[in-house]
Ligand binder design. Structure first.
Ligand SMILES: [Zn+2]
Length: 440
């Protein structure tokens, strides 16, 4: 851990105890993309059981989510796309060949049609929306959904293992209460779906730190900074392979400090994709758990409502390690480096330790490349500060929902929001936002 990281531990007002809520559905880990597919929802079960075995559930409120409805999903997605997702199955896909090609799903894509695909999207999306509502009601300081963070999904298209963009939907929920929402993405891949959804608005700033150059999805260049009302409000930090904890911190902290200073978000959404860790099956960064979690620790220190989401992560034992550790960071709880016995203990063989040792791998990010990227982004943010476009708009009243303490079955009757708020008009802010969502 670097000196900066040590200084940030157990000191300052940012480390005051936080009210944390945790959203998990026991069925989410049973969905299966197929034997050759790198995305394994089973990793969510590993993470959950590790969190349980460390006793962390005792320190936070745990909730089972409602299943997101089609009506909720079409707050962002097109109706024909959601209708397609809700109807297609492995048994009937022959009838949908035109639509599969149009919506980028099925055999020849990285987004296969598998059993109960739609239910899978309903679960992870319901978790993210419920988590956003919990923050909106000021019932929590930090809300966690490790099953969410599917940042590549587009308005009318599946992409990069993602079908429904729970992040965009959670941000739309947060915008009902907050004038400005900050989205941060530390997955190794560019957060393209979220950036695209909010590219033309100044109410959502997106900041993505990702491998750039000959790497999926190919977007996220330094000069892609937003358009129209959103000019300057998309931040892209293109990075090279071999990224270390120290180099990451040297760009992440100065950029985030400046963003918090100039943008002053009412809520922060942090996508914690674990494919930026050392040893990931698809990634090529070299971050330890401590380096990755330092982003959580740092954003938590600003005392702004924080939504923590999952994302990528393809070496599943390390994904579980990462999200269990980051849950402990959210809680300010010290946890042992010895993995406690749990249902999936053998996955952590041979060392049975929590923390990861970076690989002996060259860091292709030099002091010069890091410094150049940081300087350019800080200049972009400085220009924003001089511009008159950061507006303090009237905020609609909070959406009041019943305070439930788990125990519901996730059925349709468990949507605790009043019906008039679900997918309907939410006052002037929603209309305004609709026109800002320049997708297509
Ligand atoms: Zn990723």
């Amino acid at each position: 851990m670097s000196n900066l990281a040590l200084q940030n531990t157990n000191s300052g007002p940012g480390n005051a105890k936080k009210r944390v809520s945790y959203f998990y559905h026991s069925e989410v880990g049973h969905h299966y993309y197929g034997p050759a597919h790198p995305m394994k929802p089973h990793r969510l079960k590993l993470a959950h059981h590790l969190i349980l075995s460390y006793g962390l559930y005792q320190k936070m409120e745990c909730y089972r989510p409602h299943l997101a409805s089609a009506n909720e999903m079409t707050a962002f997605h097109s109706e024909d796309y959601i209708s397609f997702l809700s109807r297609i199955t492995p048994d009937n896909l022959r009838n949908f060949s035109t639509q599969m090609s149009k919506f980028n799903a099925g055999e020849f894509t990285d987004c296969p049609v598998f059993d109960n695909l739609y239910e899978f999207t309903q679960i992870y999306t319901g978790c993210s929306i419920d988590a956003a509502i919990k923050l909106n009601n000021d019932a929590s300081d930090i809300a966690i959904n490790w099953s969410g963070g599917l940042h590549h999904a587009k308005k009318s298209e599946a992409s990069g293992f993602c079908y429904v963009n729970d992040i965009v939907l959670a941000i739309l929920e947060l915008l009902k209460v907050h004038s400005r929402v900050l989205y941060i993405d530390i997955d190794i891949h560019h957060g393209d779906g979220v950036e695209e959804a909010f590219y033309c608005t100044d109410r959502v700033m997106t900041a993505s730190f990702h491998k750039y150059g000959d790497f999926f999805p190919g977007t996220g260049g330094l000069k892609d900074t937003g358009a129209r009302e959103g000019a300057g409000y998309s931040v892209n930090c293109p990075l090279n392979g071999g990224m270390t904890d120290d180099a990451y911190e040297q760009v992440f902290k100065p950029v985030m400090n400046k963003i918090m200073e100039v943008f002053k978000p009412g809520a922060v959404v942090l996508q914690c994709g674990a494919d930026s860790l050392t040893g990931d099956r698809l990634g090529c960064f070299n971050l330890s758990l401590k380096g990755h979690a330092e982003c959580v620790r740092h954003m938590k220190s600003f005392n702004v409502p924080l939504l923590l989401l999952g994302g990528g992560g393809y070496t599943i034992r390390n994904v579980a390690r990462c999200w269990a550790y980051e849950t402990s960071v959210a809680l300010n709880a010290e946890i042992s480096n010895d993995i406690p016995y749990n249902d999936y203990f053998e996955y952590f063989s041979p060392c049975f330790k929590l923390h990861l040792t970076p690989a002996p791998q060259e860091n292709l990010n030099t002091d010069d490349t890091i410094s150049a990227v940081r300087t350019e982004i800080l200049q972009q943010l400085q220009n924003l500060q001089g511009a008159p476009s950061v507006q303090f708009q009237d905020v609609p009243p909070p959406f009041m929902t019943k305070q439930e303490e788990g125990g519901n079955d996730g059925g349709i009757g468990d949507d605790v929001r009043p019906t008039h708020t679900v997918g309907g008009e939410v006052g002037s802010s929603a209309k305004e936002h609709e026109s800002e969502m320049m997708v297509d």
